[in-house]
Design a protein around this ligand. Structure first.
Ligand code: CA
Length: 235
């Protein structure tokens, strides 16, 4: 399977370098220079990953990312000349999977693209787990559709909330430190902040409370981290 990569970049010399680095690795690259062209392309044909410049002639890559994340979990790697901490944090908070600063090494960029795709491309649904696992806990993780149900109701989760909850559910009762959760869930833990874990745990708890106000399965272990309690629902 050839991964199809959308490159959104208005600088032809940079686009050429990226295109060459990725096609040499066997990827199919589609190059667009404008936000509106990129959005039209994504609406027409799904891509496996987008490489996104931030400063584009008709708008900001961050705005594009924000709109994209309302309906899509497609991996996004930001490629930017801006190395401001704020852009980096904002990009990752908005759901980018990685952030590479120009000038960059084409080989490193290709390696990062491969790493993201390896992490995000889903396993075939009939390989081992059926996806309908851990029903007894009140949670059902449907990995093929990237959905988690809680007491039969699908949770409306952001990308990070989904990954956090999935990680906690993989090992119920285990206490995960914030750093361990960052490692599991965030693409570039060093660039994010551990308080991001707290923020997403908080929103996740609120969503679980909406479904069952009397049940808070996520436990905070002061100074240690978080764990999830699996309630035995059997009579
Ligand atoms: Ca630019």
């Amino acid at each position: 399977m050839t991964a199809r990569i959308l490159l959104v970049e208005d600088e032809p010399s940079i686009a050429e370098i990226v295109d060459f680095a990725l096609t040499s690795e066997g990827f199919q690259v589609v190059w667009r220079t404008l936000v509106r062209e990129a959005e039209a392309e994504l609406a027409a044909t799904p891509c496996d990953l987008t490489i996104l410049d931030l400063g584009l002639p008709d708008g900001s890559g961050l705005e594009l990312l924000k709109r994209l994340r309302r309906h899509s979990e497609m991996p996004v790697l930001i490629l930017s000349a801006r190395n401001a901490e704020l852009d980096r944090v904002l990009g990752l908070e908005l759901g980018a999977d990685d952030y590479v600063t120009k000038p960059f090494s084409p080989r490193e960029l290709a390696a990062r693209v491969k790493a993201i795709l390896k992490r995000t491309i889903r396993k075939p649904p009939d390989a081992g787990e059926t996806g309908q696992s851990r029903r007894e806990s009140g949670f059902v993780v449907d990995e093929a559709r990237a959905i988690i149900r809680f007491q039969n109701q699908p949770l409306d989760l952001t990308r990070y909330e989904y990954l956090l909850l999935k990680t906690l559910l993989a090992q119920p009762e285990r206490v995960f430190s914030r750093a361990q959760l960052m490692d599991q869930v965030w693409p570039d833990p060093a660039a994010s902040f551990e308080r991001s874990v707290d923020t997403h745990i908080k929103t996740l708890r609120a969503k679980l409370r909406d479904i069952d106000p009397n049940n808070d399965p996520i436990r905070t272990h002061r100074g240690l981290g978080y764990s999830i309690r699996v309630r035995d629902a059997s009579p």
